[in-house]
Design a protein around this ligand. Sequence first.
Ligand code: ZN
Length: 411
Amino acid sequence: MTKPLIGSFQLMKSLNRSLVLTTIRNEGPISRADIAKRIALTPPTVTNIVNELLEEKFIMESEVGASSGGRKPILLRLNSRSFSIIGVDVGVNAIKSILTDLDAGVIRENRRSMPPCPDAETFLAELKASIDDLMGAAGSERPVIGIGIGMHGLVDPREGVSVFAPNLRLRNVPIRQSLEEAFGLPVYVENDVVAMALGEQWFGGGQEIDHFICVNIGVGVGAGIILNRQIFHGSSYSAGEIGHTTVDLNGPRCSCGNYGCLQTLVSGPAIAETVQNEIALGRRSKLQPSAAGSLQSITGEHVYEAAMAGDELAVEAFRKAGRLLGISLTNMIHTINPQKIILGGGVALAGPLLTEPLEETVKERALESSVLHLTIETSTLGHRATAIGAVTIVLSRLFAEPHLPKEQVAR
Ligand SMILES: [Zn+2]
C-alpha cells in the first residue's frame, strides 16, 4: 500500500495543487471561492484540485462559512491527522527520531545511542531500527508519507548521500537509497543545521523572516543560512561551516587539521576541555574529580551544572565561549546582514550564561548599520529542533511555502 502513496505524494509537487494545499494550510478554514481569489486560479480548477485532495484525505470539509447573500459556503481545512511524517536527528552520540502529524505535532519519539565509530552497515541498521519503531506506531490509521533526515556533517541533499561525517568517520553513505529500499517511502536528507533552520522557518523564530542564520553549538558548531526565505547551500553544500573559521591563530588543533577553529573553542567538548586544563593546572573548582574519577570524565553538561551552582571556573568557561562566538557571529553579521540569529544545540541550552557575553561582544564590535534590524535569540524548539527540522524537509516538498506573501498571485 505504500506505492500509491508515493504516487500521490509526488503529484503534490504540481504547482497548483501545492498552492491550493498551502492556502488551505495557512488560511483554513477557507471556502473554495476564496481559495480561487487568493491564488488567481479559476473556480473549476480549484474545485477539481479540492476534490482530489478531499479524496486523498489531505483536507477535510469543516464548518459552514458566512453567506454573502447566496448559499452558505462549506469551508475547507487541512486534515493534519490523516498522515504522519518521520523526522530523524542523526547526531554524533545519538539518533533521535519523531513521528508527527502534518503540523509537526509529535505523536511518538525515540532515542538510540550511536555505537562508537560505526561502519556504514551498522550505522544504517541503527537508523532503520529507529524508523521501524515509529512506522509501527503510525500503523495504517495515519500512514507515513515521507521520512526526513537531519544528518551531521557534509550532505549532498540531491542524492541523499552523507558525503562526510567527520565525527562518525563515515564517508559516502547512501542514506536515501538505503532507506527508500527499506521502507518504500520518499526520503530526504539534509545537513542537520540546515534542517534546524528549516524547522525554525516553519515552526520557530524564523517564521516570516527573510534573512536569518541558525547556529548550532553542540558537539560540533555549524550554521544554516536562510537568504530571501530560501536555504543557501553554497556551490558544494558546505555553506555555514562556521565551526571551521579561525578565531585563534595559536589555538588548539581541530579535527580538520587547522589550528584555532571556532569549534575547538566553543563546542561542548571544548568547554569541558578548557575546565579540565585549568583544573590540571591547579585551579580550584566544584568540578574537582573525586580521587577515583579522572579529569577527562568532566563533560560539557557537568560544566553547565557547576556554572548554574555558581562555580567560578565553570561560569568563566561559558563566558569565554560566549565572547568567542560573539566574535565569529559578528564576522557573519558583517558578511550577511541578517535580521535574526537563532542559537540552538546543547551548548545554547546554557541560556544567558552564553548569550550575555555573546551579545555584549556583538554590541561592542558590530557596525551600527549591520545590527540595525538584528535580534539574537535561543531556539524555542529546544532539543527537538533538528528532528522537527527533518520533518519540515518533508513538509517543504508537500507545501509550496510556509507563509505565502499576502498578495501571492499565480502566473
Ligand atoms: Zn576545523
